[in-house]
Design a protein around this ligand. Structure first.
Ligand SMILES: C[S@@+](CC[C@H](N)C(=O)[O-])C[C@H]1O[C@@H](n2cnc3c(N)ncnc32)[C@H](O)[C@@H]1O
Length: 229
């Protein structure tokens, strides 16, 4: 009997929704937790022109915030994702482009830029390192919020998901990009410091940063609020 009541309660908790999400999703979905934190810091998502710079099908986290932002543009290099993007993000403007090249062409400005790169050495590019020192600032507004994937520590779970991260070329790129002593383990402060120096070189200042665990695999979110000098 007790077991039956417990099961019903659990089912009810899972189903009851707030803002369209179940309680479980609100607690565990990393992008939802990040949005809550942004709102707590006074960010008005409804006023943000938004760019998801690496789109795939949008299901990892883009669909989670799409309804909350003022407008959404999604860039993706692989045409096979176009129909899924249109289906999953019906109100977004979908562009099949090489994001690195598009940064050179685009005249648009965005207040919210989400950089959900694939992880590791991809041949042409490594993580999102080539968006710096200056490319990404071609589409930032007077005040923008950048959200990046960072990997402070490469540990066993990270390697289970991304075995290629032990690649010597990848580790050397991390070491150089973050000016790190040990590319396997880079303190978050040092990671933030590396972005701060790019931000300042582009005539912005870092207003605040927020680091949040994204998955157990060591890939985290880093949110950076920047303002033009
Ligand atoms: C981690 S997935 C993005 C997941 C997505 N943000 C979501 O919410 O589901 C990374 C995507 O970046 C795309 N990509 C890789 N290089 C790219 C480039 N140069 N320009 C645009 N997209 C690229 C890949 O095809 C892949 O679909």
């Amino acid at each position: 009997m007790v077991e039956l009541v417990m099961k019903r309660l659990l089912r009810m908790c899972g189903r009851s929704r707030h803002n369209g999400y179940t309680l479980w999703e609100q607690k565990h979905k990393p992008m939802l937790r990040l949005l809550e934190e942004l709102k707590r810091r006074g960010v008005d998502l409804g006023g943000l022109r938004t760019l998801e710079i690496f789109g795939r099908d949008g299901l990892d986290h883009t669909t989670t915030y799409a309804r909350e932002v003022k407008s959404l543009e999604v860039w993706e290099i692989n045409p096979k994702w176009h129909s899924d993007l249109v289906k999953n993000l019906p109100d977004a403007s979908i562009r099949i482009v090489d994001s690195y090249e598009e940064l050179g062409r685009s005249k648009s400005k965005f207040e919210f830029i989400v950089v959900d790169n694939a992880i590791g050495d991809l041949g042409a590019h490594c993580d999102h390192f080539d968006l710096f020192p200056d490319s990404i600032f071609k589409v930032t507004s007077d005040e923008s919020l950048l959200v990046l994937n960072i990997i402070p520590r490469i540990h066993s779970k990270t390697l289970k998901h991304f075995p290629d991260l032990l690649d010597t070329k990848y580790l050397a790129a991390r070491k150089s990009f973050y000016a790190a002593d040990d590319p396997m383990n880079i303190p978050v402060d040092q990671i933030v410091g590396a972005y701060r120096s790019f931000i300042e070189k582009n005539n912005y200042r870092l207003v605040w940063s927020h680091h949040q665990n994204r998955s157990g695999a060591g890939v985290d979110y880093l949110a950076l609020k920047i303002k033009k000098n």
